[in-house]
Design a protein around this ligand. Structure first.
Ligand code: FES
Ligand code: MG
Length: 576
């Protein structure tokens, strides 16, 4: 790294106590402690964010991915330097993985700022990791490329294809309803996650993989190869090569994460019948770029964007089938008239140019043509009304059409413990037409907005064969879940949103066609209840929880910390 024209990360951002020459001398001396030569250092330095963890089987192919990325970097003349950050495995993060997403984003951002590198490869996969990495990288501002760990394979149980985790829920519901016995539930437990990698349906991980590619943040075809395939390893090698190119061309992340890129990402989210969680994540990533997400405009976009990808939970296939069907190129080609083809990607080429270079289309049955969609509108609808003045959402493509226009009596649970205590009780006063309401699972409520919005059906109704009910909460839902479930009610109950004042027996009206969620209780009565039972916001004495509770924003702002969003507002996306 002496006189090279190559940008060298070792020179950049030096810890400089007044003598730049000495700082560089010192850095070189220490990195040589790892056995490197001057020759090795005289080239772009590419950081690799390693998020391998024994608690995260979704990232279980990390060693092979890193090896392939390193190969790509070195083939292109760069020097790979891997470094660890926090990893968040969805199933092993208490109180919720979402509680830790912003922490991971801060870890990522600060490590990118602190350590000398010219570009970074972010390796993530499990639900919160890709959003956290994109949020952190967006704030750090370096050239960055996202590598997805890839989906797990599907399994088979007694001749039927199964995969995490739509089928996890389906089998558990059968078990709760006494349709299958203990032996069978134990057997299927071995088959639901048959390999390392992320959940194999269009849950949050798969959704964010597709979103990352639509944003232009992955190499073309980077979203869909399963974790254990050679295609995935080739994507990793290619990612390493691209990282060196963006280091040399100084293609910083702001050139990729533009308004057009976010609009493309939202279009794709709607067309894949993607996870509702992605709205929160896209909002947070956009917020780091000084952009606001306009939920009403997103809803309008949804009305003209059909769901085309036939994957569970909205459809029937799994990620490996989407990959075999040509992956994102097949979908993007179908969506062409609705996309900004001039949006730049990490390859330095536009999305349109990449589509021209992609393999030619062929006959397949996973991505439908626009003339024959799975669902004629986008997967997600935005609701408003006196119960959710700041908005709420419903994944209409995964809901029961019969319940989308429904009025019913509220059966209220005050929080997760109350739900656990009473939902299976034979004494619970509940009927199939009722609406289940769960409070205190919003950003501050639980805290961390857990995926508890998929409220289980009361056991006594499940036994009667009830498969779906309208359910309402300020929480999130797993992207792999199915049901008529209203989520992200904003403002949340824990800060005194109207949801806090819903009582047993109140009437609630859901009209997806009118985009309405209404509590049929007068303003005066709600004001009276607010006075009678004032809400005390949760607080914490110390540590991360204190930071979280004092600074976390509501769902419509991405549940980011208020001080992490970019202060300068560039405007709103999507454009109306
Ligand atoms: Fe990691 Fe589903 S648990 S992607
Ligand atoms: Mg999930």
């Amino acid at each position: 790294m002496s006189d090279s024209k190559d940008p060298s990360g070792m020179r950049k951002g030096l810890t400089n106590y007044g003598d730049a020459g000495f700082s560089l001398f010192l850095r070189k001396a220490f990195i040589k402690g790892a056995g490197l030569t001057d020759h090795a250092l005289d080239r772009p330095v590419i950081g690799i964010a390693d998020t391998g963890s024994g608690y995260n089987p979704c990232h279980g192919n990390m060693p092979q991915l890193i090896e392939a990325v390193q190969r790509g970097i070195m083939l292109a003349g760069g020097l790979p330097v891997k470094f660890p950050t926090i990893s968040i495995g969805e199933s092993f993060a208490a109180p919720t993985s979402m509680y830790l997403r912003n922490l991971m984003s801060m870890d990522t951002e600060e490590m990118l700022r602190a350590q000398p590198m010219d570009a970074v490869v972010l390796i993530g996969g499990c639900d919160k990791t890709v959003p956290a990495q994109l949020m952190g990288a967006a704030s750090a501002g370096l050239p960055a490329v996202q590598l997805i760990t890839g989906s797990m394979l599907t399994g088979t149980h007694r001749g039927e294809v199964v995969g995490a985790c739509t089928d996890c829920r389906r089998y558990w519901a059968k078990f709760r309803a006494d349709e299958i016995d203990e032996q069978e539930i134990n057997d299927v437990n071995n088959q639901l996650v048959p390999s390392v990698g992320t959940c194999s349906v269009m849950g949050t991980a798969s959704t964010m993989a597709c979103v990352a590619e639509a944003l232009g943040m992955t190499v073309p075809g980077g979203a869909t190869p399963p974790a254990v395939t050679s295609d995935r390893m080739r994507v990793a090698e290619h990612t390493g090569t691209v990282a060196v190119e963006i280091a040399r061309s100084r293609l910083t992340i702001d050139k990729v994460l533009t308004e057009k890129a976010f609009e493309n990402a939202m279009r794709v989210l709607l067309a894949i019948g993607g996870s509702t969680n992605a709205i929160v994540h896209i909002t947070a990533i956009a917020g780091r770029m000084g952009l606001e997400v306009d939920l009403q405009a997103l809803d309008r976009m949804g009305r003209e964007t059909p769901v085309l990808v036939d994957l569970k939970p909205s459809g029937q296939h799994y990620m490996e089938h989407f990959h075999a069907a040509g992956g994102m190129a097949t979908l993007l080609r179908e969506l062409k008239p609705l996309l900004h083809l001039d949006a730049l990607t990490v390859t330095g080429r536009t999305l349109g140019e990449e589509l021209e270079r992609a393999a030619p289309p062929f006959k397949q049955d996973v991505v439908r043509p626009r003339t024959n969609p799975i669902y004629r509108e986008g997967g997600i609808a935005v609701l408003r009304g006196n119960l959710a003045p700041g908005g709420a959402i419903i994944k209409q493509s995964a809901a029961d059409p019969k319940l989308m226009e429904h009025e019913g009596r509220a059966v209220v649970f005050e929080g997760l413990q109350d739900l656990a205590d009473r939902i299976d009780s034979d004494d619970l006063d509940v009927q199939r037409e009722d609406i289940l309401v769960l409070k205190n699972i919003g950003p501050k409520g639980a805290p961390g907005m857990p995926e508890a919005g998929y409220i289980p059906l009361p056991r006594k109704l499940a036994r009667q064969g009830v498969k779906d009910m309208v359910r309402i909460s300020d929480g999130r839902m797993s992207g792999t879940a199915f049901g008529t479930i209203v989520l992200h009610v904003t403002p949340e109950s824990a800060i005194g949103g109207p949801l806090a004042h819903v009582r047993n027996g109140d009437r609630i009206r859901l009209s997806v066609s009118k985009r309405e969620i209404a509590l049929l209780v007068s303003d005066a009565e709600l004001a009276r209840r607010a006075q009678e039972q004032p809400v005390h916001e949760p607080r914490a004495e110390r540590g991360y929880r204190k930071l979280f509770l004092e600074t976390v924003t509501q769902a419509d702002k991405g549940v980011d910390f208020d001080f992490l969003a970019a202060p300068v507002k560039k405007g709103a996306v999507p454009k109306a």
